[in-house]
Design a protein around this ligand. Sequence first.
Ligand code: ZN
Length: 225
Amino acid sequence: MGDMVVVRKEGLYCVPGDFYIDPWRPVDRAVITHAHGDHARWGHSHYLASSKSVNILKSRLGADINIEGLDYGKRVVHNGVTISLHPAGHVLGSSQIRMEHEGEIWVASGDYKVEPDATCEPFEPVRCHSFITESTFGLPIYRWDARRTSMTTSTAGGARMRKRAAPASCTPMPSARPSGCCPAWIRRSARSSATARSSRSTASTATAASTCRRPSWSARPTRPT
Ligand SMILES: [Zn+2]
């Protein structure tokens, strides 16, 4: 089996599911990780996002967008790919996209953080075979203070915080970004990712994907087992 998710000019594309994840060009079907502007673009024919993102996305993109909300952990099957959304801990409604097809499980993270955040549900480790991680600031050259420290510093003076965050004295590590990946996305083997250390019970609940090919995102919703 080839890669379940590949990079196309429109964005990350789920091959068997025939949908995109956070595409940057208009497409027929887009699964949106969260409502920030670099992930949620206008012009897609169908949107799927977490239920908590729906009103934010409508506010940003227009109340008339064709969007379906999916609660965390609920499943929908589209073109044989079981899709479910799981908290990413980034902002309200932010999601990791879990895709399962013929026993293979991939997760695309979107932006995420593992520190507590009172504004959204905490990051949920999701066991998978392949993990696609957002990594804009994931290179080891970046050294970020703990969030609480950053917030304190920010209120004391934004300029001081910016100076502290600049990694001027660090050396980039070219090997940290594998070839063939979109710059903002890195695919990791689950065995080396944090998700590999997550609960095995999550994967053990995986079921064989349906062959349903009805057009709606809600083609065959199932409850997680
Ligand atoms: Zn974001």
